[in-house]
Design a protein around this ligand. Sequence first.
Ligand code: GRF
Length: 199
Amino acid sequence: MLKLAVLISGGGSNLKALIEATKEPDFPAEVVCVGADTAAPGLAHAAAAQIPSFVVRPADFATRADWGEALAAAIRDHDVDLVVSAGLMRILPAGFVGEFSPRLINTHPALLPLFPGAHAVRDALAAGATETGVTVHIIDEGVDTGPVLRQAVVAVREGEAEDELHERIKQEERPLLIDTVRAIADGTLDLAAVAAAHH
Ligand code: GRF
């Protein structure tokens, strides 16, 4: 059974979907802890499932590196096999990435390498993209630059608002993340091999 840490900042709908998936018989992974950088509403999904959680706030540390070290220490306590950033709206410091990557993945609401960064949905609309989507990728030292594992395409509707489009992307994002985690857990997807091929 692959042990997952999930990191969030917001509502945690991806976290909720992942927790539900792990309850299916035969799902080869389990969420053993949930971390956040703020009092994220999504922590309620961890509490409801009796999964331990922790909040590690950047403002409580002198440097980003110190924050990353504290976050890593909290995860280490849970003996985790894979760290899933699912709506964590922070760039993870190099020390953290060095410790966990390639067993560190992120879900991003655009078709990387298009529209990296914190405003991917807004940026796709502003660019007049007719399609966008979602990417699950390994986190490396860059911002949304790591090797792509899975993608799903979403067509942009005429005149669509950012929140509407983001919601439709998230409908694709949740099953894509679950499928990716399943593939990693059952050995179909070899993160070390993907990372090695990328370099
Ligand atoms: C997701 O679309 C994620 O890719 C993005 O923020 C959203 C988080 O949604 N970075 P939720 O908190 O899982 O509902």
